[in-house]
Design a protein around this ligand. Structure first.
Ligand SMILES: Nc1nc2c(c(=O)[nH]1)N[C@H]1C(S)=C(S)[C@@H](COP(=O)(O)O)O[C@H]1N2
Ligand SMILES: [Mo]
Length: 202
């Protein structure tokens, strides 16, 4: 059989499958664009911490070593940026948010994630627990680069990528919703790409 025929035979179903995975208004990219609101912070592993602040004000904190001691998962997901690019089958390694926001924490309903450099983003606790969000520290089998949020970033693939805070260093749990950086500047509070929740009012 000719390789040309085989190539055509493969291409069409693949394209159809990809189209189904593309939320409305998005286009596919093969590269991995970098979008940062400020300079790239360089965070040394020995200084790295992830701190969970419960509703009661009590803090739980993990060092880099502590975090690597938690069970990690390999995650292959599609990611969607509000600037309209999507990337399929990105492969990460990270620790589920369930490992940080567990029984020991007075969780409340709302989470405000914080990052080195001052970036913040808010998400309901229910959307970052139950295996839907990770602190990711590897991308495509290599340590996560600083540009993409390394040493570790949040990964919430079911929401627009601005929710996936790069250089994440903690989460503040509250009963009252506090808006993050882009959510305060007119972006949608929730940010579901399948419902095209780009801007407040969408
Ligand atoms: N700390 C921090 N996290 C951030 C941002 C940022 O500016 N600072 N930008 C967000 C936005 S708008 C997007 S689209 C993604 C981009 O991730 P990337 O640069 O790895 O593509 O990071 C999100 N997380
Ligand atoms: Mo973005």
């Amino acid at each position: 059989m000719s390789p040309i025929t085989r190539g055509f035979g493969r291409k069409r179903p693949l394209e159809a499958a990809s189209a189904e995975r593309l939320p409305p208004g998005q286009y596919l990219v093969d590269d991995f664009p970098v979008l940062s609101a400020g300079p790239t912070p360089r965070v040394a592993l020995e200084d790295w911490r992830f701190t969970v602040t419960g509703v009661d004000g009590l803090e739980l904190s993990w060092s880099w070593e502590d975090m690597l001691g938690l069970p990690s998962e390999e995650i292959t997901v599609d990611i969607h940026c509000v600037t309209k690019w999507s990337k399929l089958d990105t492969r990460w390694r990270g620790v589920s948010m369930d490992a940080f926001v567990g029984e020991d924490v007075d969780a409340g309903a709302f989470a405000l994630f914080t990052s080195h450099g001052g970036y913040t983003t808010n998400v309901p606790v229910a959307e970052v627990t139950g295996g839907r969000a990770w602190v990711a520290y590897e991308y495509e089998g290599a340590p996560l680069s600083a540009e993409h949020g390394g040493p570790a970033r949040l990964l919430i693939p079911h929401l627009y990528l601005w929710k996936s805070a790069k250089w994440v260093n903690g989460v503040i749990l509250t009963n009252h919703e506090r808006r993050g950086f882009w959510e305060s500047y007119g972006y949608h509070n929730h940010g579901d790409p399948w419902r095209e929740q780009r801007y407040s009012g969408d």
